[in-house]
Design a protein. Structure first.
Length: 427
């Protein structure tokens, strides 16, 4: 039965039969038993469906992947050990040495490094582009060997909004899929497939888990990209896989080709699985995701308005705020609100930013975002510490930028905390 996103958060995935456990069980087992060798052989030939080894598939993980898949409106999904693994697999599933892809330069620092440094060592080249450029300018970055376009729904840490329609058209005009990291918005606030994205990735470590207990990732396929129509670009999906009995994924699995290949090949060879125990925690987080996202957005908007009104605050970026440069895109793609993360600067730059942060009582300094507890980080002194001021500017990270992840506490308490810390600043 068709249901709304809030109901999907609760009911999708694990669907117990008569007398089965109501809550998703943790299948804490590496392996699964068969009566005949023939039954097991069929699994290896991908002729029958079933479990044989948890590195490839596990019932707990599959139930949670199925829930996220339903929430995004996809046809297939897989869990990974982290968001990093999800983004790596999402690209590596269709790119090999000699290939090229395009990514927005406003993305999570870890992904920037993965694409720009580690994947380069594998012979895969990434061109980072300014995502605010008009389509005619972006057009120039495509090459004959370009295989994908990548962006983030809400950019971390600069909290810009991705223009899905602009990038989906560009990608599809060049016969390549659009891959979007939807971590910050979550499918509660934005469903990229409705705007033309083909593949979605998540760091489930953030809002989906929501309580800071387990690192994890997920990849979801919309099933909309036609690999066979662009046969020569994606030989990994459209020609026989010698390492898997000569199967041609796109022919044999149709809309399920991309996730089947990522499981059968990448998970088999690289093994970045999520543990069933972590998948269980993730599922608990998903059950309240819709409630938490609503409160995160309410609180963040109130905090953004408060900061904006303060003499000692130099600037505030939060796309839900009227007048923000990304406000129109936010209204279009995230009509219910963006997320709880905002960025701002205090007057006096680096030194006052540090003084302000050290004075806070509830809000804690953490290398983390997007969970129930309010936390903050000063990229210039923490995550981006190794960069010079010029490099920071290039990455769009101002030296005074503070990334504030607004939690689900009482907002009056949060504002009082920010107020007393601002009062302590001596300009
Ligand atoms: C945190 C994050 C990642 C990396 O995820 P991990 O689970 O930490 O590996 C990727 N993308 C975005 C947008 C993130 O915020």
């Amino acid at each position: 039965m068709n249901s709304n996103i809030e109901t999907k958060c609760i009911h999708e995935g694990w669907k117990p039969g008569q007398g089965e456990p109501r809550q998703l069980p943790i299948y804490q087992s590496t392996t699964f038993k068969y009566d005949t060798s023939e039954q097991m052989g069929k699994l290896f030939d991908l002729e029958a469906e079933g479990y044989f080894y948890t590195r490839l598939q596990n019932p707990t993980n599959d139930a949670v992947a199925a829930k996220i898949c339903a929430m995004e409106g996809g046809v297939g999904a897989m869990l990974t050990s982290s968001g990093q693994a999800a983004n790596f697999y999402a690209i590596f599933n269709i790119c090999e040495a000699g290939d090229h892809f395009i990514a927005s330069s406003s993305i999570y620092g870890g992904t920037y490094n993965l694409f720009g440094v580690s994947m380069k060592k594998m012979g895969i080249e990434c061109t980072f582009v300014d995502q605010t450029l008009p389509a005619e300018e972006l057009e120039k970055y495509f090459k004959p060997n370009t295989k994908a376009v990548f962006g983030e729904t809400i950019t971390n840490p600069t909290v810009g909004i991705f223009d899905f329609e602009k990038f989906a058209k560009l990608a599809h005009d060049h016969g390549v899929p659009l891959i979007v990291d939807n971590t910050f918005a979550t499918p509660v606030n934005c469903r990229p497939f409705e705007w033309g994205a083909d593949i979605v990735t998540h760091s489930t470590t953030k809002y989906m888990d929501g309580h800071g207990v387990s690192v994890g990732g997920c990849i979801v396929d919309s099933g909309n990209f036609d690999w066979m129509a662009n046969k020569e670009k994606f030989p990994g999906l459209t020609t026989p896989d010698d390492s898997y009995h000569g199967i041609t994924y796109a022919e044999r699995f149709g809309k399920g080709a991309y996730i089947t290949k990522a499981t059968a090949q990448l998970m088999r060879d690289f093994g970045s699985i999520q543990s069933p125990q972590n998948a269980f925690y993730l599922n608990m987080g998903l059950e309240s995701l819709h409630l938490r996202m609503e409160r995160h957005c309410q609180n963040a908007l109130a905090v953004a308005k408060f900061l904006k009104s303060q003499e000692k605050v130099a600037w505030v970026h939060y796309a839900d705020l009227e007048g923000d440069e990304y406000h129109e895109l936010a209204k279009k793609y995230c009509p219910k609100g963006t997320c709880g993360v905002l960025a701002f600067g205090v007057k006096g730059g680096r030194a006052t930013a540090i003084q302000f942060m050290d004075s806070l009582k509830f809000a804690s300094i953490e290398t983390h975002v997007a969970d129930a507890k309010t936390c903050l980080l000063h990229p210039a002194s923490h995550t981006h510490r190794q960069l010079t001021d010029e490099q920071l500017e290039e990455a769009g990270v101002a030296t005074d930028l503070i990334r504030l992840s607004v939690g689900i506490e009482n907002v009056d308490d949060l504002i009082a905390d920010l107020q007393q810390a601002l009062d302590k600043i001596t300009l």
